[in-house]
Design a protein around this ligand. Structure first.
Ligand code: MRU
Length: 347
């Protein structure tokens, strides 16, 4: 049995936010130090820091470092920084959830000095909560993984994507820790390879058995019986249980349904959007087509080629076997059960 330490990839150093630059992994472990909202915006937009909970935490710290590095600041300046960070990426709800918490403090009418202290405390609290939520999801969800299971994982929903050991990957770590003999089929996750670059890097460090597959191999891996459960994260969960996650998640859910394989998403309460009724209303980030036209910086398509590059897709709740949340396992009817979780959070 092994213990998996939380990867220290996102932390404050005085008035700077230090992040492990995920664009450089797995070849280089490079730390970036960010001092203002513009730098944090750039790091989130370019995926130096990524994964729904992690970008929420980075943005909460980002507001603090932005203001802490000024001699004086006005409330308008603080709100401008909030707006800038909100515009970094549109899909992950966690970004809006944590910035709303910081915005409430900025609008509290308190003095700038007190606001700064409160922003610091709140950012730390958001980070600590995420760490605890990750551990709770692992506790609830690891039961879903049986001894001998083959698990398909998509994108990176591990420690690098959160303040703890991940969302869906935290379940895998817990099952491995408990001595279950498992194997993870790591979807490479085109076009930016969060699976082969990041999830594989994490599983390698943790000693969890895995094999990388290209995204198009998932069907044959299910058909051959090698995989018998799919675990993914989520960027935004609507009130009816539809959810957005990395492009390719929907195809996995359809394949899992066809093969009769359970398909779970795993997310903390900060990913549930109380204002989004269903998947059709989730904004989907469109990224630069160059990400599809190149591979590792080398052009792989003809000069005049165009590309379509949505970063996320929406999986309808009817394809989902259950949602593992830090409050427990949410199952059908999703609209009723999600409402209970969201209402409790808003109290
Ligand atoms: O574009 P990314 O790498 O930020 O996408 C991340 C994902 O899709 C993850 O699966 C999701 O954020 C959940 S991770 C805890």
């Amino acid at each position: 049995m092994s213990y998996v330490p939380v990867i220290r990839h996102l932390y404050l150093e005085g008035r700077e936010l230090a992040i492990l630059d995920q664009r450089a992994l797995p070849s280089e472990e490079r730390i970036m130090r960010l001092k203002n909202a513009e730098q944090v915006y750039g790091a989130i937009k370019s995926l130096a820091v990524r994964g729904a909970p992690a970008i929420g935490i980075a943005a909460a710290y980002g507001i603090y470092v932005h203001l802490a590095n000024k001699d004086l600041f006005t409330i308008d300046e603080a709100l401008e920084a909030v707006d800038l960070l909100k515009s970094a990426r549109p899909t992950a709800y966690n970004l809006f959830y944590t910035l709303a918490r910081q915005e409430k403090i900025i609008r509290s009418g308190k003095s700038p000095g007190l606001i700064l202290d409160m922003l610091f405390t709140e950012a730390k609290r958001i980070h600590d909560e995420d760490l605890e939520q990750s551990a709770r999801m692992a506790g609830f969800g690891a039961e879903l993984i049986r001894d001998g299971d083959g698990i398909i994982s998509h994108c990176n929903a591990g420690g690098l994507a959160t303040g703890g050991n991940g969302t869906s990957v935290a379940l895998i770590y817990e099952a491995h820790r408990a001595g279950k003999r498992i194997k993870v089929y790591v979807d490479e996750t085109r076009p930016l390879l969060q699976g082969s670059r990041l999830t594989a890097w994490e599983l390698e460090k943790a000693g969890v058995p895995y094999e990388i597959i290209t995204d198009s191999m998932a069907g044959t891996v299910m058909q051959s019986g090698k995989a018998n459960i799919v675990l993914v994260g989520a960027d935004r969960i609507a009130l009816n249980g539809d959810f957005a996650n990395k492009i390719g998640t929907y195809s996995l859910a359809v394949l899992a349904k066809y093969h009769g394989i359970p398909f779970y998403t795993v997310a903390p309460v900060s990913t549930f959007d109380p204002d989004t009724p269903d998947g059709k209303s989730i904004p989907i980030e469109q990224r630069d087509p160059i990400e599809v036209l190149e591979f590792a910086g080398i052009r792989t398509a003809p000069g005049g080629a165009k590309a379509y590059n949505p970063a996320f897709d929406v999986t309808p709740s009817e394809l989902v076997s259950g949602i593992v949340c830090d409050r427990g396992l949410i199952s059908c009817p999703y609209d009723e059960n999600i409402k209970i979780v969201v209402d409790r959070e808003q109290k």
